[in-house]
Design a protein around this ligand. Structure first.
Ligand code: UTP
Length: 292
């Protein structure tokens, strides 16, 4: 399956990170030295995506600037012979015409944000990536999903097991056939109470969807929390098209949450050759202090 287009919904308010997100989009928060949104764009590119569609909101101009040239800065780096910094900066910018922006005028929910991209996506399979879900993996998570969608010829969501007390934070699968890698999706429930959750297998922020999802989103039926939920529209496709959850290989960090953000910073720092030793020494020393 060819997945040429990816949608990045970045219209959320990021209230859990106030005041940092008052003037800065949540997706521009850095893990080590790269903003969350750049990790997501690089993951999509590594999975073969060629068109990057951002669904933005008010106050998100920093994202547009990030994926554009900054001639003053590039000139300055060039004149100071900072070649590697300059190359890294330029490599992060998609080619002209590969990026499109549309505005979600009101934050009515994730489903509504995805629906805003319908004309830019058109009639073909597409990916959705939530930049605040950051995944450390040898094979980029979206690449694993494209392979799974090619195999199953249908919709694929990335899933992971969560503890039962946390089901009310996620979209949860009702699981059909399950080989431990791919789980057939028999049903989907958004943020169910632990007592009634059909499983503990939860959807995280990576989706490969067929364009029919837009027909269901277009009905604008509010779901959990009064928001237009992507989960509800996806649930309507079950039974009409193949639909699977992929237990991806890799570690996922919820960077929309303070603890998850700190954990990601440590994990990505330790994964870097230039930081592993210094950060490791620091962690060992404070762990000793904590144990006292
Ligand atoms: P969150 O539930 O994390 O909401 O959205 P949020 O507003 O970003 O953050 P908090 O909870 O206030 O701290 C999950 C994803 O859906 C996008 C967000 O940008 C994020 O990637 N989203 C959510 C939209 O694009 N539009 C919406 O209306 C809601």
């Amino acid at each position: 399956m060819r997945v040429r287009k990816a949608v990045f919904p970045v219209g959320g308010l990021g209230t859990r990170f106030l005041p940092a997100t008052k003037a800065l989009p949540k997706e521009m928060l850095p893990i080590v030295d790269k903003p969350l949104i750049q990790y997501a764009v690089e993951e999509a590119a590594a999975a073969g995506v060629e068109e990057f569609i951002f669904v933005t909101g008010r106050g998100k101009a920093a994202i547009e600037d990030h994926f554009d040239h900054s001639y003053e800065l590039e000139d300055l780096l060039s004149s100071r012979d900072k070649r590697s910094e300059l190359d890294a900066l330029r490599a992060a910018i998609p080619d002209a015409g590969q990026v499109a922006y549309t505005r979600q005028q009101e934050p009515l929910g994730l489903g509504h944000a995805v629906w805003c991209a319908r004309n830019l996506v058109g009639d073909e399979p597409f990916a959705v990536l939530l930049a605040d879900d950051l995944i450390l993996a040898d094979t980029p998570c979206l690449k694993q999903m494209v392979d799974a969608a090619t195999e199953t010829k249908g919709n694929v969501v990335a899933v992971m097991d969560v503890s039962r007390e946390h089901t009310a934070r996620y979209g949860i699968l009702d699981v059909g056939r399950d080989d431990g890698h791919l789980a057939e999706v028999r049903g989907l429930v958004e943020k169910p109470d632990p007592a009634v959750a059909p499983s503990t297998l939860s959807v995280i922020g990576r989706y490969i969807l067929m364009p029919e999802v837009f027909d269901h989103l277009g009905k604008m039926e509010p779901g959990a929390g009064g928001e237009i939920q992507l989960t509800d529209a996806m649930a309507k496709m079950i039974g009409t098209q193949p639909f699977h959850g992929l237990r991806f290989e890799g570690e996922r960090f919820d960077c929309g949450d303070k603890l998850g953000f700190l954990q990601a910073t440590v994990a990505f720092g330790l994964a870097r050759d230039d930081l592993r030793e210094g950060l490791g020494d620091f962690l060992l020393s404070i762990t000793k202090d904590l144990q006292k």
